[in-house]
Structure formats: structure tokens, C-alpha cells
Design a protein around this ligand. Structure first.
Ligand code: S3P
Length: 437
């Protein structure tokens, strides 16, 4: 599939984006490990999160879809999962693969995991290594560092105090999940705060968890099923909000979005760029996760620096931020973001190459990007490289380019935000983005 985008001069209205991807994965997985029933509302029905549902089903958990985004998970308990009869395919989803490895580190049977071409390139050693220290056997390609991998959990993983070399919520979460079955407390210390959705969710399910500064310790013990309400995904909202900021005559509201401060760094970065943003926290968000409405209005943006501890709090929003930076006055520097190179694609290279083809002045750095704002973008034929967030960033850039933009290879948008084009068109009041087979 490809997207054809023509520029717009106006965007307006209020929309809701589908459920948060990170929280949806966790709800399914933690629900599967809990005792009793978990009801989930607002689950993201996009390819990545449906992979997690299929994975827990393959492990013997009974999942019922009750309606759009509504799932009932009959938890198997920490000791109730069973050996899957076939290889589990995690598709494009790094979160599925890494969190599953953690959950499986305490399951004394063999599971085989694989993924699509992109996921098979991504580093798994960062998660396999601490789990091996806890007693799991993880073997596979690239000395056990790339999918396909086979994992055999330990009957009782051993206690561990682990210092993460990089801020990674996926690795942190995998270790905490493994810790639920361990023979003593397991702690993880991060170099900077990454998203804390797992900590919040595990607490909601009754886990004994303690956080002190950048160290989180889980004590082994059973979880109890509960009700999870998933807020809208701020990573999806970011594309619509940036569109609302860069189109001159725009006022875009995204309601019901997750506002977890460990995740919402994009709002700070956009604020520093002079974005006209209004944030209205909801009186009662999803349990354990704050949410609210965010409004973005056409703004005169200025360049900024994104670096250090802010980076893990907006890592997935950098493609959207880069588009805001293109049209801002002055220079934007993105540093300390080498992790971008091992996401669904090498996002540093992809943004520099594809936005560059649209006339952006954007240079690749080993750990980020240097963007000279104020460029006049021109429509071009560009390609996502199979990466959903690159595809959406290019489409948003197309809204303010001169002439028509064609983004090739956009099936990948369905991994996180299948309604992207539809919602953008609703805000534009016209078919600004059309899908072609
Ligand atoms: C995620 C964590 C982040 C993020 C990814 C989802 C999660 O990766 O980029 O899209 O749900 O835990 P890291 O593990 O590198 O923080």
C-alpha cells in the first residue's frame, strides 16, 4: 500500500486515537500471568498488540474478544502457562518479543520465538543476558542475540540486582516479569527514567513493587486479575498534534490520551519549541495511568535541543518531532538518541534520507539529527522502509509540502495506528491522504 498526500491549509476538530500500544501489550501479558479474570477496555487492535494476544493464547490462556477493544483474559497464574505447540511469531513487535522473553524466563518449558525481517535484525541480547543470569536458557541466532530464539525458563529464576546499560522500558519490564517467579527480590536500576507502565500495571495487579529513584524492586508473588482501561496512545496522537502545529490554520484536539509523565516528553519538547498546546487532564483517567485532552493550534515554532534524560521519555515521538523541527525557525539538535538506530528501522538514517528527499535540511549524527528549520518542503516520492512511525512522519510532512507526496510501503502503519489516514482526513475535512493498493 502507498499513501498519496496533498497539502492542506486547514485542520480542525476533535478526535480520539486508539489505545496505547505499550499499555495494551502489558495488560494482555500481565493479565495472562494473573490469577482470575482480567477485563481490558480500549485495547489497541493493531497488528503489534494482536501478536501479544495470539502469543498468550499460544501459551494456553483463554482470551475472549467481547467487542471493539474489549477483551476478557482468563489468567493462568504464574505457574499455569503451557508449552506452545508451535513457534510464536512476534511479527514487527519488539515489545511482544522482549516482554515475552521476560515472562517465559520463569516458565520451565521450551518456547520458540521469531519475528518479521525487521524484528529479526533487532538486538535481543540486551534482554537475554540478564534473563540468563537469572537462570533462563536462551539460545538462537547471533550467539543468542537475535530472533529466532528458543527460551526455556528456570523453575525458580534466581534473584538479581541489574544495572541496565541503556534506559529501556522493554528490558526493565522483562526483568520485572521474570522476577515475579524468582526465589527472592529482583531489582533493576536504569541510567535514566524510561516509561513506567509496567510498574504501574504490576501494582494494579497487586504485585509487591518498590521504586526508589531509578531502581525498581519486585518481590515474587502472585498477581490478581483486574480491570484495565487503556488510554489513547500519545505516540499516535503526536502525529496529529504536530500536524495541528505546522498547518497554519489549525486547531486539533486529541481526547483521552495517556499523559504519563515518563512517556509524555514530547509535550515538553514541543512546549520548548513554542507550540500552542493546551492540556486538560481528565478528572479520572484509566486506573493507574493519567490521561486527558491535548489541543494543538497552528504555531510559530522555534528550534530546540532534545538530549539527555528527556530522550527516553519521547524516543518514539522523534520522527514526529523531526517534522515539527523542519518547519521551525532555527536549528534543532537531537542527541543521545542512538537507540533510534535499532527501532523498527534505523530511524536516524531513514529520517535524514527521506525528509532530505523532500527538501529538508537534515543531517545524520551517530546519536541523532541536526535539523536546520525553515526549509521549504516539496512533495516527493518517499518510502517508509517498513517502519510505521517513519511512514506517518512522512505523511505529516506532506501536509505542508508543495505539491503531492507519495509515501511507499505504508502497510506498516497498521502495526500501531490503523486509523491514521482516516483521522487525519476527518481533521482536514477532505481526503488529504488517500490510500492506494
Ligand atoms: C516500549 C519501550 C520503548 C519504545 C517501544 C515500546 C515499551 O523501547 O521505543 O516502542 O512498550 O516498553 P525501549 O525498550 O528501548 O525503551
Amino acid at each position: 500500500m502507498r499513501l498519496r498526500i496533498h497539502p492542506v491549509s486547514r485542520l480542525g476538530g476533535q478526535v480520539e486515537v486508539p489505545g496505547d500500544k505499550s499499555i495494551s501489550h502489558r495488560a494482555a501479558l500481565v493479565g495472562a500471568l494473573a490469577e482470575g479474570v482480567t477485563e481490558i477496555r480500549g485495547y489497541l487492535e493493531a497488528e503489534d498488540c494482536l501478536r501479544t494476544i495470539a502469543a498468550v493464547e499460544a501459551l494456553g490462556v483463554d482470551v475472549t474478544r467481547k467487542g471493539p477493544g474489549e477483551y476478557r483474559i482468563a489468567g493462568a497464574g504464574l505457574r499455569g502457562l503451557g508449552e506452545p505447540a508451535n513457534v510464536i511469531d512476534c511479527g514487527n513487535s519488539g515489545t511482544t518479543a522482549r516482554l515475552l522473553l521476560g515472562a517465559l524466563a520463569g516458565q520451565p518449558f521450551w518456547t520458540f520465538l521469531t519475528g518479521d525481517e525487521s524484528l529479526r535484525r533487532r538486538p535481543m541480547g540486551r534482554v537475554a543476558e540478564p534473563l540468563r543470569r537469572m537462570g533462563a536458557t536462551i539460545v538462537g541466532r547471533a550467539e543468542g542475540g537475535r530472533l529466532p530464539l528458543a527460551v526455556r525458563g528456570a523453575e525458580r529464576p534466581t534473584t538479581l540486582a541489574y544495572e541496565l546499560p541503556i534506559a529501556s522500558a522493554q528490558v526493565k519490564s522483562a526483568i520485572l516479569l521474570a522476577g515475579l517467579c524468582a526465589d527472592g527480590p529482583v531489582s533493576v536500576t536504569e541510567p535514566a527514567q524510561s516509561r513506567d507502565h509496567s510498574e504501574r500495571m504490576l501494582r494494579q495487579f497487586g504485585a509487591r513493587l518498590e521504586t526508589r529513584g531509578l531502581t525498581t524492586t519486585v518481590s515474587p508473588g502472585a498477581l490478581a486479575g483486574t480491570t484495565v482501561i487503556v488510554p489513547g496512545d500519545i505516540s499516535s496522537a503526536a502525529f496529529l498534534l504536530v500536524a495541528g502545529l505546522i498547518v497554519a490554520d489549525a486547531r486539533v484536539t486529541v481526547a483521552g490520551v495517556g499523559l504519563n509523565p515518563t512517556r509524555a516528553g514530547v509535550l515538553e519538547a514541543l512546549g520548548a519549541m513554542g507550540a500552542r498546546l493546551e492540556i486538560a487532564p481528565a478528572a479520572r483517567g484509566g486506573v493507574g495511568e493519567p490521561s486527558g485532552a491535548i489541543t494543538a493550534a497552528g504555531s510559530e515554532l522555534v528550534g530546540t535541543t532534545v538530549a539527555g534524560a528527556l530522550v527516553p521519555r519521547l524516543i518514539d515521538e522523534i520522527p514526529a518531532l523531526a517534522v515539527a523541527a523542519l518547519v521551525a525557525r532555527g536549528r534543532t539538535e537531537i542527541r543521545d538518541a542512538a537507540e533510534l538506530r535499532v527501532k523498527e528501522s534505523d530511524r536516524v538514517a531513514a529520517l535524514a534520507r527521506e525528509l532530505g528527499a523532500m527538501g529538508a535540511r537534515i543531517a545524520e549524527r551517530p546519536d541523532g539529527l541536526l535539523i536546520e528549520g525553515g526549509a521549504r518542503l516539496r512533495g516527493a516520492r518517499v518510502a517508509s522502509g517498513g517502519d510505521h512511525r517513519i511512514a506517518m512522519a512522512l505523511a505529516v510532512a506532506g501536509l505542508v509540502a508543495e505539491g503531492e507526496t507519495v509515501v511507499e510501503d505504508t502497510d506498516c502503519i497498521a502495526t500501531s495506528f490503523p486509523q491514521f489516514a482516516e483521522l487525519l482526513n476527518a481533521l482536514a475535512g477532505e481526503p488529504a491522504v488517500t490510500m492506494e493498493p
